[in-house]
Design a binder for this molecule. Structure first.
Ligand code: CA
Length: 251
């Protein structure tokens, strides 16, 4: 007998404004999910670290500890759960993007229920693909692997290895690396990368690309034997440089 276990998605909402919190919770429950609400920064961090979640919706302005510190703390613990930050004004969004704290998406209040659900679904879809693929056979997985020297990207499972060491990346870092690896040798400007990887245009937020690339490089290069895959092209932006030999591309 095959037992299929269907588990509800689990969302954590950290928001101190009761009206918004309840509205967010309501819209998220429509996605057949179990929603937990907390209303302060420290409580949000504690919950984020002590339970497993599918998505965290995190307000910027919170009592006790702001959303930026909560997000940073979560990432510093090596936790890559998708995080959507909520900001009250676009000037706050500037600050969040400028600091680059490792959130996966950002929304400015007020936002529509549909927009929130669409963003959450997009993040869930990625996790679902990842989980599903983890039970696939090794043969299937070989088809969508990018390999450049010691770097290996398993696109189905969204996993990255360097010298057989697994590299923990946030979802944006992963997408950035994948985009580069699929276009080796091509120099991209920061605004092209914003368009392609972030999916919506953020004119003026090119520094976001820089900080993501710096973090990505940091994670790759701390592993011994990693060549400099992502190179700065002066006056243009960045380019993925594959090592000359043993480059294979299967898809
Ligand atoms: Ca707030």
């Amino acid at each position: 007998m095959i037992r299929v276990q269907i588990t509800k998605k689990r969302f954590l909402v950290v928001e101190d404004e009761t009206d918004i919190a309840e509205l967010v919770a309501l819209h998220l429950s429509d996605l057949d999910a179990e929603v937990t609400l907390v209303n302060s920064g420290p409580e949000g961090l504690e919950k984020a670290l002590s339970n497993s979640w599918d998505v965290i919706v995190l307000d910027l302005r919170l009592p006790g500890m702001d959303g930026i510190d909560v997000c940073r703390n979560i990432r510093n613990q090596g936790i890559n759960i998708p995080i959507i930050m909520l900001t009250a004004r676009s000037t706050e969004l500037d600050r969040v993007l400028g600091l680059e704290i490792g959130a996966d998406d950002y929304m400015t209040k007020p936002f529509s229920a549909l927009e929130l659900q669409a963003r959450v679904k997009a993040l869930l879809r990625r996790s679902a693909i990842q989980e599903h693929q983890q039970v696939s056979t090794a043969d299937d997985l070989a088809v969508t692997t990018l390999k450049y020297g010691v770097l290996k990207i398993d696109k189905r499972r969204r996993l990255v290895w360097l010298n057989e060491v697994s590299v923990e990346l946030t979802s944006k870092e992963y997408e950035l690396l994948c985009y580069f690896a699929e276009n080796p040798g091509v120099a991209f400007s920061r605004s092209e990368l914003l368009d392609k990887v972030w999916g919506y245009h953020h004119q003026g937020y090119e520094h976001t690309v820089n900080s993501h690339i710096n973090r990505l490089r940091g994670k790759l290069e701390k592993i011994e034997g990693c060549p400099q895959y992502i190179q700065t092209v002066w006056g243009v932006g960045y380019r993925f440089q594959a090592p000359d030999s043993e480059t294979t591309l299967a898809s």
